[in-house]
Ligand binder design. Structure first.
Ligand code: ADP
Length: 386
C-alpha cells in the first residue's frame, strides 16, 4: 500500500538532494496511477507528454532495432524514472515502456514538471545526469551494433572471396584436366590421319586415344556427380549396405581379374539396414574399389568387409597395393588431389573420387578414414550412423 510518505521517500530516492517539502510538492503535482502487467505506458516514436516515476512494480524498456528485432534496453524499478525527453524537448518517445507486473507510477504532466524544473535545481541536476547517462549508453550500444555488423560483413566477404577463389581454381583445373588428354588424343589422331603410324605404333596410339577419351568421360561424370550432390537432395531409404557392396564387387570383377587382383567380400550375417541413399553409397564403394585395384599394379588381394557396432554400420576396403606416402594422407580427400606416380608406376585419374566419397559419407552424417603403409597397402573405412 502506497502512503503519501512512501511516495515522497521514493521521489527523494529518484532525485538525491531533494528536500522533503520539494518532494511533497512534486508528489502533489502528479497523480498516482496503477497499471496491470503488460500495459504499454510509452509508445516508441509517439509524441507523449507524461513523465513517470516508478513507485512499485517493474517496467521493461524496449526499442525496435533494424526494423525487426525488439531489443530490451533495461528494466526499471521503484525510484527509477522515464519519459523525461517529452519534458525537455518535444521529441518522440525513443523507446517503448511496458509494465512487467502490476505497477504503480507517479505521473506528472509537462506543464507541472516544467514548473518544478525551473524551481528545483536538484531535480534539474538529476534529470541532466540521467539524460546524459542514457545518451552515452545509446552511443555505446550503437557503436557495439556497428562493430558486430562490421565483423559479420568481413566474415561474409571472406567467405565469398574464398568461394570465388575455389570456383576459379576448380574451373582452371577442370580445363587443364580436359585439355591434357584431349590434346594428346588429337595429336595421335592427326598422325594417324597423315598415315604416319603403322602396325604396333598405330595400335598403341589407338590405345592411348581410347584411354584418354575414357579419362575425359570419367572426369565429366565425376564433375556432373559433384554438381548433382550440391543441387539434389539425397534420397534416404532403409538400405542394406551388404547388398550395395555385393553389387559394387560384381561390377568391378572383370577389371580386378584383368589386373590380377583377387576380390573378397565378407558381410556380417545379421547386418541391420540403415537410412541411406543407395545410389551414392554404391558410388563411394566403387571409388574405393576402383582405387584399390588401380593402385595394386602388381596384383594382390582387395577385401571388402561390411559389419556393424553399437551405433554404426561400417564398410572397410583393404588392399595389398602400393600404399600411400605419409605426407599425402592429409590431402587425400581434397578435390583434384592425386598422385600420378607411385613407386615408378604411372596412374591416370582426376583426383575427384575420394572428395566425392567424403562428401557423400558426410551427407550421411558419417565419416571416412584411411590407414596406409607404403609398400604394404591401404585400408579405407566408412562409418555410417545406424
Ligand atoms: P584418383 O582419380 O586419382 O584415384 P582419388 O580422389 O580417388 O582420385 O584419389 C586421390 C589419390 O589418393 C590418388 O591419386 C592416390 O594417390 C591416392 N589413393 C587413393 N586410394 C588409394 C589406394 N587404395 N592405394 C593407394 N593410393 C590411393
Amino acid at each position: 500500500m502506497l502512503t503519501k510518505q512512501s511516495v515522497q521517500i521514493i521521489i527523494q530516492r529518484a532525485f538525491p538532494g531533494m528536500m522533503e517539502p520539494e518532494a511533497e510538492e512534486m508528489a502533489e503535482s502528479g497523480q498516482v496511477c496503477s497499471y496491470p502487467a503488460n500495459w504499454v505506458l510509452c509508445h516508441e516514436n509517439a509524441i507523449e507528454n507524461t513523465f513517470y516515476i516508478i513507485l512499485d512494480g517493474e517496467v521493461r524498456v524496449t526499442k525496435v532495432i533494424n526494423d525487426a528485432e525488439v531489443r530490451i534496453l533495461k528494466i526499471l524499478r521503484p525510484g527509477d524514472f522515464f519519459g523525461e525527453m517529452a519534458l525537455i524537448h518535444n521529441a518522440p518517445r525513443a523507446a517503448t515502456v511496458t509494465t512487467i507486473n502490476p505497477t504503480a507510477v507517479l505521473e506528472i504532466h509537462k506543464a507541472a514538471f516544467d514548473r518544478i524544473l525551473l524551481q528545483n535545481s536538484s531535480v534539474s541536476l538529476a534529470i541532466v545526469r540521467e539524460v546524459s547517462r542514457r545518451l552515452r549508453e545509446n552511443d555505446e550500444m550503437a557503436i557495439e551494433d556497428l562493430r558486430v555488423k562490421a565483423k559479420e560483413l568481413a566474415t561474409a566477404y571472406q567467405q565469398l572471396s574464398e568461394q570465388d577463389y575455389a570456383r576459379q581454381e576448380f574451373l582452371t583445373t577442370i580445363a587443364h584436366e580436359l585439355r591434357t588428354p584431349l590434346t594428346a588424343a588429337y595429336g595421335y589422331l592427326q598422325a594417324m590421319q597423315a598415315g604416319m603410324l603403322h602396325g604396333p605404333d598405330f595400335q598403341s596410339a589407338l590405345d592411348t586415344i581410347t584411354r584418354n577419351v575414357k579419362d575425359v568421360i570419367f572426369l565429366v561424370n565425376d564433375i556432373l556427380f559433384l554438381y548433382e550432390l550440391e543441387l539434389i537432395l539425397l534420397d534416404f531409404q532403409p538400405t542394406d549396405v551388404g547388398q550395395i557392396a555385393t553389387r559394387a564387387i560384381d561390377g568391378q570383377k572383370l577389371r580386378a581379374e584383368q589386373a590380377g587382383v583377387e576380390l573378397k567380400l565378407q558381410v556380417a550375417s545379421d547386418l541391420p539396414s540403415i537410412s541411406a541413399d543407395a545410389k551414392s553409397l554404391e558410388r563411394v564403394i566403387n571409388v574405393l574399389l576402383d582405387n584399390a585395384i588401380k593402385f595394386s599394379p602388381n596384383g594382390g588381394v582387395t577385401e571388402v568387409n561390411v559389419g556393424y557396432d553399437d551405433g554404426e554400420v561400417w564398410v572397410r576396403v583393404a588392399d595389398t597395393g602400393l600404399g600411400i606416402p605419409e605426407e599425402a594422407i592429409p590431402r587425400l580427400f581434397r578435390r583434384f588431389f592425386r598422385l600420378d606416380e607411385v613407386d615408378g608406376h604411372l596412374f591416370s585419374g582426376a583426383g575427384l573420387g575420394l572428395s566425392i566419397a567424403r562428401q557423400v559419407v558426410e551427407q550421411h552424417g558419417g565419416e571416412i578414414q584411411v590407414e596406409s603403409q607404403l609398400g604394404k597397402g591401404s585400408t579405407f573405412t566408412i562409418k555410417l550412423r545406424r
